[in-house]
Design a protein around this ligand. Structure first.
Ligand code: GLU
Length: 471
């Protein structure tokens, strides 16, 4: 039906579905929807064998309503302009839902990183950064990249180093990119942030008794059957936190296939097994599934797509048996699948909220870089001393005394990881209840995704109106 619809068109469709519930002038909506700047460039790479290859790269800044713009860089063989545009647009809406003060952006390089040596990847990444610098598409106050599919801390360190070398003496240079290694200005907890954010999201969703009753589920994560698609940074940590909270990982899907075990899989054991190059299908003690797609159609409580976009279409949506879909990936559900899920009573926790933990902790990293001090460094000891005094006062008043172990546990000044995690937890819980309240106030809003887009549209619109552009 929508055979020629691109990923960006799909995001536009979601946007328009939500915009129906507003009365903003079409011009304002068009301004929010469009991509403000698109930069496409090609550059040569001399490969290890001496041949020259042309590398294709993009950076899209979707919205300049707040600066800097923010979003990851993807390395994948099928990256293309409309995909990067769609992902940049999702970043704008994502940031506004969790009140992270950025416009959305995204970058991409059309390569399969597995086909390149580390030296080649370094050259590609440094050259990509040069191209961004050349056109003013990167900087702590301009546009701040981060990891995405196919990139990680290593690439971010190369970007930070290249940018800093080109901006000698720029005090905030290290804030030009987030997701850096700890020793290069990264923040504790960024690596697992998206997965942890997904966990806070699902824990919050499962805590509302009336919502769970409507799905035929009990509250809490204990005993819930979870299927995870993708054991990358997002899926791995989401699986880990859910399992640690008592959920059972009944299936894991990866590129080469999927495995199931009704008694539960341990994500790290599966990860370690695959790391040596082994197929997931040979993981001992689990039953192989006929295909990755079969895992998406398994009987389960929570399904976490944490790979790439376009996983659920009108074709497979009718066969999905999960009660809750927690979108770890960006854009896993097409707009044709969404009404099918709605009809079946599946609760979809949408990407632009659910996977916002990554950019939230990126924001904390950027704040740390701009302030040039580790979170907790100044106040930790002071808080600890205050708490110890309070304990002493309690001992005096009650005549009891705490052991040193109790005192150490009760009077603990927060370190950086404590603060990052508590900031993330606060953000995810608040944002979820914001979406839930929107649905309560507007019963005509059919689902959480529409509520999420509606929330984002309101926030971005307000920001344009405050700028006096659309009075
Ligand atoms: N690539 C991640 C995302 O899609 C993180 C972006 C960021 O931290 O800026 O949300």
């Amino acid at each position: 039906m929508h055979a020629t619809e691109s990923f960006f068109d799909q995001v536009t469709r979601y946007f328009n579905d939500a915009a129906r519930f507003t009365t903003y002038p079409e011009g304002l909506l068009a301004q929010i929807r469009c991509c403000n700047s698109i930069y496409r460039f090609d550059f040569p790479l001399r490969r290890a064998d001496g041949t020259i290859e042309v590398i294709h790269g993009w950076r899209v800044e979707h919205s300049h309503h707040k600066l800097p713009t923010k979003g990851g860089i993807r390395y994948a063989p099928d990256v293309h302009e409309e995909e990067v545009m769609a992902l940049a647009a999702l970043m704008t809406y994502k940031c506004s839902i969790v009140d992270v003060p950025y416009g959305g952006a995204k970058g991409g390089i059309k390569i399969d990183p597995k086909q390149y040596t580390a030296e080649e990847l370094e050259r590609i990444t440094r050259r990509y950064t040069h191209e961004l610098v050349k056109k003013n598409f990167i900087g702590p106050g301009i546009d701040v990249p981060a990891p995405d599919y196919g990139t990680g801390e290593r690439e971010m360190a190369w970007i930070a180093d290249t940018y800093s070398a080109l901006h000698p003496g720029q005090l905030d240079a290290i804030g030009c990119v987030t997701g850096k290694p700890l020793a290069q200005g990264g923040v504790n907890g960024r690596r697992e942030a998206t997965g942890r954010g997904l966990f806070y999201a699902i824990r919050e969703a499962c805590s509302h008794a009336e919502d769970m009753q409507a799905l035929g589920l009990t509250t809490g994560l204990e005993g819930k059957r979870v299927v995870v698609q993708g054991l990358g940074n997002v899926g791995y940590h989401a699986a880990r936190f859910c399992r640690e909270a008592g959920a059972i990982i009944v299936a894991i899907a990866e590129r080469e296939g999927a495995i199931t075990n009704p008694k539960g899989l341990h994500e790290d054991e599966v990860f370690q097994h695959r790391k040596g190059g082994a197929s997931i299908l040979t993981f001992p003690g689990a039953t192989p599934l006929p295909s990755t797609a079969a895992a998406l159609e398994m009987e389960c409580d929570i399904l976490i797509p944490a790979a790439l976009e376009n996983q659920f279409t009108a074709g497979n949506a009718p066969r999905v048996k999960a009660k809750i879909i927690l979108e770890g990936a960006n854009g896993p559900t097409t707009p044709d699948a969404d009404p099918i899920f709605r009809q079946k009573g599946v609760m979809v926790i949408p990407d632009i909220y659910a996977n916002a933990g990554g950019v939230t902790v990126s924001y904390f990293e950027w704040l740390k870089n701009l302030s040039h001090v580790r979170f907790g460094r100044i106040s930790k000891r002071h808080e600890e001393a205050n708490e110890r005094q309070m304990l002493k006062a309690i001992e005096l008043a009650t005549g009891t005394s705490f052991s040193e172990a109790q005192r150490a546990a009760l009077a603990k000044g927060p370190d950086e990881l404590d603060l990052v995690n508590s900031g993330l937890e606060e953000t995810m819980i608040n944002a979820y209840n914001g979406l839930r309240d929107t649905r309560k106030q507007h019963p005509e809003v059919p689902d959480l995704r529409t509520a999420a887009f509606l929330t984002a549209i309101h926030k971005v619109a307000r920001s344009y109106m405050e700028l006096g552009i659309f009075p």
